[in-house]
Design a protein around this ligand. Sequence first.
Ligand SMILES: C[S@@+](CC[C@H](N)C(=O)[O-])C[C@H]1O[C@@H](n2cnc3c(N)ncnc32)[C@H](O)[C@@H]1O
Length: 116
Amino acid sequence: MEEFTDENQAWDHNKNEKHFRDNAQQWGDRITIIKGRSLAVIDQIPDNSMDFIFHDSDHSYPFVKNEIQAYLPKLKSGGYSMGDDYNWGTVERSVKEAFGEKHRVTGKGVWYAVKD
Ligand SMILES: C[S@@+](CC[C@H](N)C(=O)[O-])C[C@H]1O[C@@H](n2cnc3c(N)ncnc32)[C@H](O)[C@@H]1O
């Protein structure tokens, strides 16, 4: 397996990937793993194909806002755009500007909005 390297060495990507692959096995071919930068791999994903998107990447503004908006066409109608760390000012601003009043935040700082 190709090693996933990153400038942020705080995250053990290879360990996390193994953990994810082990857990994902039970869903068989319902899951397709695409490795890469979110905006670099976006064209590999068909429009209206995703049930939910969990944004847990860059956390900066306006990157998060741009990523949310770029990925919205990939979501099915009724699908969830979501992420965590709403307590980060950069995430909160991105989510507010992307969704306005349409978003909700859970007690754990997880935010979400449902696509029309
Ligand atoms: C907060 S960590 C979360 C990692 C993983 N979701 C987890 O819970 O173990 C954010 C990770 O996203 C990666 N990342 C940052 N920007 C990214 C981008 N544009 N596309 C893909 N990954 C990115 C970083 O390298 C970092 O490892």
